[in-house]
Write a protein that binds this ligand. Sequence first.
Ligand SMILES: [Zn+2]
Length: 395
Amino acid sequence: MMEWLFLLLPVAAASGWWLARRGPRHTCAESEREPVFFRGLNYLLNEQPDKAIDVFLKLAEVDSETVETHLALGALFRRRGEVDRAIRIHQNLVARQSLGDAQRGFALYELGRDYMLAGLFDRAESLFKELVERQLLQARALRALIEIYQAEKEWPRCLETAEALQRISDEPLRTEIAQYHCELAEQCLRDGKADRARSHLLDAQSVDPDCIRASLVQARMELRAGDVETAALLYRRVAQRGPRYLPAMLPGLMECWQRLGRESVTAELRALFEQHPSPPLMLRLCDAIEAERGVAAAREFLVRYLSGHADLSGAERLLALRRRVQQPPSAEDEVLLEVIARQLAAQPGYQCDHCGFEARELHWQCPSCKRWGSIKTVEPEPIAAAAVLRQRQIA
Ligand SMILES: [Zn+2]
């Protein structure tokens, strides 16, 4: 019951509007309809939605001015996930010849959203296309079409629809358009069409010069084609512009350094780490220090790092290094390592900056809020120098 009371707010608003419209110019016939309207509301409050729908649909038959009420009611059913009921209401509205263009536009749009929720993408697509052709709610219809094409991974259609939307609205869509080009580039690479892929990547970078993904895909292409210098340059650019994408580019960059025969990978990693002290870089640098100067130097590096970063992966590595040199191994370290390993396994690694969705791998489009480029690595919390000092004093 309480849920209905909250959900009925839009209907209540619409009914207020409905009554206000009738206030000063009541006729006998109209005043007779008011009890019918409230009978419908009563059915809703008594959890009898089908009876309520019957009453409201009959009301629409006698008075087309209740369209807004029906739109509100349909949207309410859809929000509750009762898509069949929403479709019934909206289909009934669309069938009315008496609707004006604006009202028909809203009814068609809402019916399209119902079809989308029901997974009937073909029907939804044709309704939204009809709206675009008839220049009714064009921007909304184009946005809905983009949602459909994204769900179906129809990237060429996403691209042309986003460009059409950009032409008729002020909506900045450079991020989305660049990502569609990247999707198309990756598709071309899978099909062995390197030239087409390169052209899409250039388009992505010209639409959105900050597009990290375009640089990453291009770097991978150049590395495969043997242009290691260019690949290394592109990976470095990614590190500069998007340090939170380091896990995605670090293996490629390391391969570039090895193939270029860089004298000291440790020095290269250290230079990068000083700019972006992130966990994946810390672990690689720790490996390199250990290989070059031994376990003691690696442990010293980790202690310095952990005094500034609350990073479990660093703590795990420090314990693992200590266990390696301790004979016999400490039972305490074994337990701690087990606890930390479990904690690390439960950590998502990636998170959406927009909606907070957590993921174990990098998604270019957030599966939850559908934003592009919003999922990034989770960075460890920095430890304030003062707090470290205080802890040392206490110790
Ligand atoms: Zn999100």
